[in-house]
Design a protein around this ligand. Structure first.
Ligand code: SF4
Length: 691
């Protein structure tokens, strides 16, 4: 028994030493990621906590070895028993409760989660989970069984429900089987969208849009590797930048970035402040830092050696700042793999194509369903006919063209206010069909079905046709149902319900591409687009927080200005700025009070190293020059700008968290500052010129 006890103690002690090494030194390395199944981003954020945990495991290991080495066996046995008991209790507790969530602290920077951007918008906006149709109260699960029944190969030819009739839109969840997956109309639709994209991509050229690199056309492996390395790098940078702002702005930023760092190796060798400076004006500065870190990792990794992984899964798992969307984009555009790439525009397009009246911002089941649909569609598009008649999914240019085509459609035609008359895929669009049906039905028909209940779809929110008031441009507005009419209509019949499932002879068939081949009248098209605008569900935007800050440009008598660096986490992380002090949320000081506060703040800065000296540095305040309003995604910031003159004997206290330094006025422009701070600098320069 003592021998067994010693062997067990030795084994458990050795395991704990290994755990200590992993937790304290290897947590944020590929080995640590693999051992604990960690995502790199998560590992980076939790490495301090892991090191602490490792220390405690070290104490356990020390205790176990103490029990092994103690010369008095009776006492040694008790020590072994105690520490083995501790390990046992910790094991039981850990098995019952351990979860990565124990590391999730609210003090971490909000994850740069690669959440779907909308390219047409000027900035990425986040929204609340509350929607006009009470989406937050619904708890719907989109599981693999449902995914299979909607998007698997065998589901493509299953009977499809005809267009459902607004306002109640009675339908089952199978209604959302994508017509774009249909053998006939879907195949034609996919080809039509690809052709449309090929034509518009020439007229709307972008420097990162290039022909797909077909590996079969480059026989030299080294040359192929180099070509793919550059191509993947170009697409990666463009995709991250496109998540920040509009295409027109990105073209300029991307071109300058590529001229400065033509390869990922150049970027990896760049100085952090240069990277921030090149990103200046795009916002979400932590993204620039992540790109830089990722470049260093990709270049330094012995497996990657500068070439980004080709699979979306590896990209997502191994590259900091690359999430599901960017991973899909790189994988399909560069490497020709059939991976979905779903941004905010694609979510909107597919919610309309599938007829899902749901919340695409926070509705998990809806988002999962659309991603699954996008996955099935890109795979269907990627299939190539081989000479022997079988289909194969070898990498090719279609996945990239398909993904970009959907995004292009969403940013130019299927916008929040769509122009369905220009759409190349009306024949597969559920919402378009519904609009047509709505235009063809008399007012009475809409009323008689208004109170039917028990819709079986679990993805769609209730559709209140009277809400939203988006049909204003409809010339058939008099036919619309309003709330009062719906309440009065208590004559619902099963016949009416059946009518919604089986349209009248003259109603267009959803599976027929010819259904929309005849151009609808202007009035009909107005109804169609008005109906389409109702998709997806509108969500109420979270109110932005209002903040005020005092921006103090401190000018020394030799013409140098004091600047300091912002903390490395959070808003505008790592950027330089004129010393600034945030006012408390309840403080609403007037101009005089603001000047007092700013003067006290500046005094504390420039006399920071002289607490024991009687004579303080002379400070003169030029007053408040004006205010610069600046809007972030979640904050409306008002920057009150002050100009101070101080003597050459000004002495600034050191601050390790926020390094400070003096820069000549001619050098301020070269500093990595946010765009809002540059506006403040313009104001200061004008004031100095005038004085
Ligand atoms: S028909 Fe209209 S709603 Fe449907 S995908 Fe085209 S533009 Fe969008």
């Amino acid at each position: 028994m003592p021998l067994f006890s010693k062997l067990a103690t030795g084994a458990v002690g050795a395991i704990h030493v290994y755990i200590v090494v992993l937790e304290m030194f290897l947590w944020d390395t590929p080995r640590g990621h693999k051992a604990f199944k960690l995502a790199p981003d998560f590992a980076t954020k939790t490495k301090v906590l892991a090191a602490n945990q490792g220390l405690y495991n070290g104490f356990l290991a020390a205790g176990l070895f103490w029990g092994l080495g103690h010369p008095v066996e009776e006492f040694a046995a008790q020590i072994r028993l105690f520490f083995l008991g501790c390990v046992g209790v910790a094991g039981v507790y850990g098995a019952a409760t351990a979860s990565r969530k124990i590391f999730s602290g609210s003090d971490f920077e909000a994850p740069d989660d690669d959440s779907p951007p909308e390219r047409a918008g000027s900035k990425r906006r986040k929204v609340t989970a509350t929607s006009t149709a009470s989406a937050s109260s619904r708890s719907v699960k989109f599981d693999s069984a449902l995914s299979k029944s909607l998007f698997a190969q065998e589901a493509r030819e299953a009977t499809k429900e005809e267009a459902c009739l607004p306002p109640l839109r009675q339908h089952s969840v199978l209604y959302h089987r994508p017509l774009l997956l249909d053998e006939r109309v879907g195949s034609q639709g996919r080809k039509a969208l690809l052709s449309w994209f090929d034509s518009v991509s020439q007229s709307r050229s972008m420097p990162w849009r290039k022909a797909w690199v077909d590996p079969q056309t480059i026989s030299d492996p080294a040359e192929l590797r180099k070509t793919l390395e550059i191509r993947a790098y170009e697409v990666w940078i463009s995709e991250i930048m496109l998540q920040q702002t509009r295409v027109a702005v990105v073209i300029d930023y991307w071109s300058r970035w590529m001229a400065k760092w033509p390869t990922i190796h150049d970027l990896a060798a760049a100085k952090p402040e240069d990277v921030l400076s090149a990103w200046s004006g795009l916002g979400y500065y932590s993204r620039a830092t992540r790109i830089h870190e990722a470049a260093k990792r990709v270049v330094g990794d012995p497996d990657m050696r500068g070439l980004l992984p080709s699979s979306a899964r590896d990209l997502d798992a191994k590259i900091p700042g690359v999430g599901r969307y960017t991973a899909g984009a790189i994988s399909c555009i560069v490497f020709g793999r059939a991976e979905p790439m779903v941004d905010g525009n694609v979510l909107r397009v597919l919610s309309r194509q599938l007829g899902i009246h749901g919340n695409i911002k926070t509705g998990k089941a809806v988002i999962d369903a659309i991603w699954a649909a996008a996955d099935a569609m890109v795979k269907a598009t990627s299939e190539l006919d081989s000479p022997n008649g079988e289909t194969s999914c070898e990498p090719n240019d279609r996945p990239g063209r398909w993904g970009q085509a959907l995004m292009e459609l969403g940013s130019t035609i299927c916008t929040p206010n769509p122009d369905c008359s220009q759409c190349p895929i009306t024949s597969t669009c559920r919402v378009y069909k519904e609009g047509e049906l709505k235009a063809s039905k008399p007012r009475e028909t809409l009323k008689t079905i208004a109170d039917i209940e028990d819709a079986a779809c679990i993805l769609c929110e209730p559709f209140d046709d009277s809400a939203g008031g988006s049909d204003d441009d409809s010339t058939q507005g008099k036919n619309r149902t309003n709330k009062a009419e719906v309440r009065q209509s208590k004559q619902a019949t099963l016949a009416a319900f059946a009518f919604t499932r089986k349209p009248a002879k003259d109603a267009p068939s959803s599976s027929s591409p010819s259904a929309t081949s005849g151009a609808p009248s202007k009035a009909t098209m107005n109804i169609i687009t008005s109906h389409a605008r109702r998709f997806p569900v509108k969500v109420i935007k979270k109110a932005v927080r209002e903040e005020e800050t005092l921006v103090c440009a401190i000018r020394r008598s030799d013409g140098h200005y004091l600047i300091h660096r912002r903390p490395l986490k959070g808003l505008l992380a790592g950027l330089w700025e004129f010393p600034s002090q945030l006012l408390g949320p309840s403080t609403k000081p007037d101009t005089g009070k603001r000047e007092q506060l700013a003067t006290a703040y500046v005094s504390s800065l420039v006399n920071g190293g002289k607490e024991r000296r009687k004579r303080k540095t002379k400070i003169s305040c030029g007053g408040e020059l004006g205010s610069v309003p600046w809007l972030f995604s979640h904050i409306k910031l008002t920057m009150h700008v002050f100009l101070f003159e101080v003597g050459e004997d000004a002495e600034v206290a050191d601050d390790k968290e926020q390094p400070r330094r003096w820069v000549a006025s001619g050098q301020v422009d070269a500093e990595s500052m946010g765009t809002g701070m540059r506006k403040c600098w313009e104001m200061v320069q004008n004031a100095v010129k005038e004085s």
